[in-house]
Write a protein that binds this ligand. Structure first.
Ligand SMILES: [Zn+2]
Length: 680
């Protein structure tokens, strides 16, 4: 027992020192003392491997994974609606006041990093998942364990999901790039890319070497405690002695952030409770100026209604909470010289002009190209090659040219005229109905075809590593591929015939393509480039229908029913699957062995065949969460009561739906009844 006590003592001391250093920024012991304790703990654990607990600081050093597994979020991660000026922010607030009266607001800096969801069971860190599309992310637990600002064990044994932003301090980002430059390695464009690249390492010992940190900003407490799964393979029982602990449930957002702090999480110190929108505007103005003094990148302010009960009443749109908004800081602007205007053909055939610039620093990265949107925009701005231009960066989007500097020489330069022929195939360019863009409609246009295939292999779609744009161009020009389907017909020998490709990289490319055959359905749906179906919608479709077969057979009504899809998109999807080209393409893909994996299901079908209608305010969860839960368990929800309704769940202040249920004789459940029903 003595050894275990010593191990626990060392573990606690080191965890405490980590907390002091990485969370509070206030070191409590010297490096020497720290290293000594760490070495002793490592030694003791090596001799007594049974005593290695998951929250031991020695577990932060890293391991190698083959790939990241997808994980379906228990609670969806929503996006935020944006506001770009103070007026809109006040309007947003006024609308809330109209319905709910004056509300306190919480202002927090929006950290420009990567959103992550962390799960703790009985206070022990068990899982960390990337945001992904908000519904499904990637399990990167091992990498997150190497980040010392993330506690492995909390001060209280709660079941909680915590969300926050992983970021790399600006100074660490600069140092990393300096080193990479020295070693001839790739440079990162900005701190966020560096953080993302560091997090997505299959070898987490690389992640461990990068200086990453995390600010936490959302707490979702799992209130039903007492049900705990004790991992019996290791002696974790010792840490779980207080499992009867009942967590307090914070009644406001601000309290929940303070609660996170109490649990041992790092929170951003610049959070502020504001009385109203006027105060919030003050906060935004203040930080718009001061943000450059911070050692981390921030691109705005997140403003949330403080009162949790009001939040629940307000609920969500299909993509974002109604009780929160992100105020975006006005972007930085710089001037530089326009060296040239290049044109490129996109996957839809759209021809777009790109500004080639004298390289310049903007918002923490070097910019050498900027968007000019379309040829109308060039005319409107009267941009001429050789002009001095203002460029600015809008948060996520590539920089764009906003205006010219009207110097005298400007008028001596020739005006720019839009091309009439496709830069790739020479076909005549035409605008499509109702659009200002020019299109190349030649289905065999080389650049268009390549853009389609490039999108197919991109991170967003099938995520086929090792097969980049230059490989695709070569494969195409050598006649090995004419479309994305052809990728699956390629042999190792085909790759060997490309310039500079040796056996090993040929194998890697071949292999990456083969592996993509069983990627999740949502990726295949994204790759198909159905009009108006991006990553998020593809995720919704995959979740709803599970298989390609089901989706192909879905009626327009089935499609339109999905929250976030709607009538027009439903039409497009329905029609897409009935185009002969689509039919033969999907057939060919299937024959080549492309069999997408169904969406990750950590759910059951206990509520299969049942339809629920929710009404009134629930206490334990929002209505959205309740319907999510029902769907996860195989049930359906509907917005109106009919004979086909199995149950009506009536919360507080339930209205006409309750009356109708009584009239129709539909069974009415209280929230408690429902909670009992879904408890496993
Ligand atoms: Zn063309």
């Amino acid at each position: 027992m003595e050894i275990l006590e010593r191990i626990n003592f060392l573990k606690d001391e080191i965890n405490k020192a980590n907390y002091k250093y990485y969370v509070e920024d206030n070191p409590s012991i010297s490096d020497f003392e720290y290293d000594k304790m760490f070495a002793e703990l490592k030694d003791l654990e090596a001799k007594n491997p049974l005593f290695i607990a998951p929250d031991s600081p020695t577990q932060r050093v890293g391991s190698i994974s083959e790939k990241f597994l997808s994980y379906k979020h228990k609670h969806r991660l929503y996006s935020l609606d944006n506001t770009y000026n103070y007026e809109d922010l006040e309007k947003w607030y006024d609308k809330i006041v109209e319905e709910y009266g004056e509300q306190e607001l919480v202002c927090e800096l929006k950290i420009d990093g990567l959103a992550i969801a962390l799960t703790y069971e009985n206070g022990i860190f068990v899982r960390g998942v990337t945001r992904g599309d908000g519904i499904t992310g990637e399990d990167i637990t091992n990498n997150l364990k190497t980040i010392k600002a993330i506690p492995l064990k909390l001060f209280k044994p709660v079941n909680i999901e915590v969300r926050g932003e992983i970021y790399m301090p600006k100074t660490s980002f600069e140092k990393l790039n300096e080193e990479n430059l020295k070693n001839g390695e790739k440079l990162f464009a900005n701190p966020r890319n560096a953080a993302s690249g560091s997090l997505r390492q299959l070898d987490s010992s690389i992640t461990a070497k990068r200086d990453l940190s995390m600010f936490c900003y959302t707490a979702i407490l799992e209130v039903e405690s007492g049900k705990l799964k004790v991992e019996s393979n290791k002696l974790n029982n010792f840490q779980l002695s207080t499992f009867n602990f009942q967590p307090d449930t914070p009644k406001s957002h601000f309290d929940s952030i303070m609660y996170l702090k109490e649990l041992g999480f790092k929170i951003n110190p610049n959070i502020r409770l504001c009385k109203n929108a006027k105060d919030a505007v003050e906060y935004c103005k203040e930080w718009d100026e001061k943000r450059f003094e911070l050692n981390y990148a921030t691109d705005g302010v997140v403003i949330k209604v403080n009162n949790t009960a009001v939040q629940e009443e307000m609920g969500f749109t299909s993509r974002a909470p109604k009780w929160a908004t992100a105020f975006k800081f006005p972007p930085e602007e710089v001037t530089t010289t326009l060296l040239d205007i290049e044109t490129g053909v996109g996957k839809t055939g759209v021809v777009t002009p790109v500004a080639i610039l004298e390289p310049v620093q903007l918002g923490g990265s070097t910019v050498a190209r900027a968007s000019l949107h379309n040829f109308d925009e060039i005319k409107r701005l009267d941009v001429r090659i050789g002009d001095k231009v203002f460029i600015k960066k809008a948060a996520e989007i590539i920089p764009k040219v906003v205006k010219i500097v009207e110097d005298e020489e400007h008028f001596n330069r020739p005006e720019y005229s839009a091309p009439q022929k496709c830069p790739s195939c020479g076909a005549d360019l035409k605008p499509h109905a109702g659009e200002v863009n020019l299109y190349c409609d030649n289905p065999d246009c080389p650049e268009k075809v390549c853009a389609r295939i490039e999108y197919w292999v991109s991170k967003e779609a099938m995520d086929i590593d090792n097969v980049g744009p230059s490989v695709i161009e070569q494969l195409y020009s050598k006649g090995f591929i004419k479309n994305a389907v052809d990728l699956y017909k390629l042999t190792m020998q085909d790759f060997m015939q490309l310039d500079l490709v040796k056996e090993k990289s040929a194998f890697n490319m071949y292999n990456a393509i083969q592996e993509s055959k069983t990627k999740p359905l949502s990726r295949l749906l994204t790759a198909l480039s159905i009009r108006n179906v991006g990553k998020e919608t593809a995720g919704l479709l995959a979740n709803e229908f599970g298989t390609l077969e089901n989706l192909k057979n879905a009626s327009i009504e089935d499609l339109a029913k999905i929250e976030g899809v709607g009538g027009i998109i439903a039409d497009e999807i329905y029609n897409f699957f009935r185009i002969p080209e689509t039919v033969s393409m999907l057939e060919e893909l299937e024959n080549l062995g492309v069999k997408p994996a169904p969406p990750v299901q950590n759910s059951t079908d206990e509520l299969k065949g049942l339809t629920f209608v929710l009404t009134g305010t629930l206490q334990n969860m929002t209505r959205d969460e309740a319907s999510e839960k029902i769907k996860q368990m195989g049930g359906k929800t509907s917005s109106s009561v009919s004979k086909n309704t199995s149950y009506v769940i009536a919360g507080e202040n339930a209205g006409s739906k309750l009356d109708k249920a009584q009239k129709l004789g539909v069974i009415i459940l209280t929230e408690d009844d429902f909670m009992n029903m879904i408890r496993r």
